[in-house]
Design a protein around this ligand. Structure first.
Ligand code: FAD
Length: 268
């Protein structure tokens, strides 16, 4: 694994998403090598740093670009709700600004022996490392023509993502696109407080994604509980709300999932 170093980079893209999420793309400095699921430690003030997971996969090929990924840089998804130094620093950044970071860090990475059914459970900004890992699994080492074959050997790859409101469905189109084009990728969402008028069919432009089957009002652990009636995951990756992770681990181990194959990242 690469030894963490200090890098200087530049903001190449900044997008204010709905509510308090900001998507940043930083120039990938020469020599910065990371694995899907790892994070950087962004310098947000004099002697102050904040960790942020890289949300895109480490390499680029035609498929990722076609699927909407921007792999020529380091993508971050920052939830600025807590309004501390990290949030304010990111909110004030502009395209062209220089930034410093240390990295890569973290052991929340895809094991070499990954196989079978792979579930990703995330809430809020916890989707960031999961997105990188999913992109890596789907895209790495495959050409356009063999993409479906790879998905097949992997079993079912499920992203079960939860937020309160539909406005916070970050990367929604990206994952719908995967659900549409990758045979064994399934995208499930849980909204705990959707608006009365919410209708997933309205935000799904492609009916082939069978979107309606995969949305649930409530928590992602309830989706997991239902799925466990018919399927067992071989590997699980968790990131997000601490309560969700606690409940999910209990649920999964109770259903016979191997604890050593349940990997998680805590954001606090
Ligand atoms: C390994 C790792 C990876 C991370 N990756 C991401 C990422 O990809 N995207 C992202 O948005 N954040 C991520 N975080 C969290 C991030 O580093 C900061 O904690 C967060 O942005 C708040 O920083 P801040 O300086 O704005 O607020 P702080 O000054 O750190 O905190 C302000 C207030 O908010 C509370 N608070 C801070 N963080 C949380 C939290 N997670 N849950 C509940 N209360 C909190 C604090 O207790 C405090 O009261 C990651 C954290 C870790 C440890």
């Amino acid at each position: 694994m690469a030894v963490p170093q200090r890098f200087t980079s530049m903001v190449t893209k900044k997008e204010q998403l709905r509510n308090h999420f900001v998507r940043l793309v930083l120039q990938n400095p020469e020599g910065f090598l990371y694995k899907a699921g790892q994070y950087i430690s962004l310098v947000v003030g004099e002697g102050v740093r904040r960790p942020y997971s890289v949300s895109n996969w480490p390499s680029c090929n035609a498929i990722a670009c076609e699927a909407g990924g921007e792999n020529s840089g380091i993508e971050l998804l920052v939830d600025t709700k807590s309004q501390g130094p990290g949030s304010k620093f990111v909110e004030n950044l502009k395209v062209g600004d220089s930034v410093e970071f240390w990295g890569p860090y973290g052991k929340f990475i895809i094991p070499d022996d990954i196989h079978g059914n792979i579930w990703f459970l995330g809430t809020g900004s916890g989707v960031a490392p999961l997105k990188s890992q999913i992109e890596y699994l789907i895209n790495s080492g495959v050409s356009h023509k063999t993409r479906k074959t790879l998905a097949k050997t992997m079993g079912k790859i499920r992203l079960i993502f939860g937020t309160r409101y539909e406005q916070d469905l970050v990367f929604f189109n990206h994952f719908v696109n995967f659900a549409r084009t990758v045979q064994n990728f399934y995208y499930h969402i849980a909204l705990s407080q959707p608006s009365e008028s919410f209708n997933p069919q309205n935000i799904d432009s492609d009916k082939e994604a069978h979107w309606g089957e995969y949305w649930h009002k409530g928590y992602i652990t309830e989706i997991a509980q239902n799925l466990l009636q018919k399927e067992k995951p071989d590997f699980v990756f968790l990131c997000g709300h601490p309560g969700m992770m606690e409940t999910a681990i209990e649920l999964l181990t109770g259903a016979g999932a191997d604890p050593k194959n349940i990997l998680f990242e805590k954001f606090s």
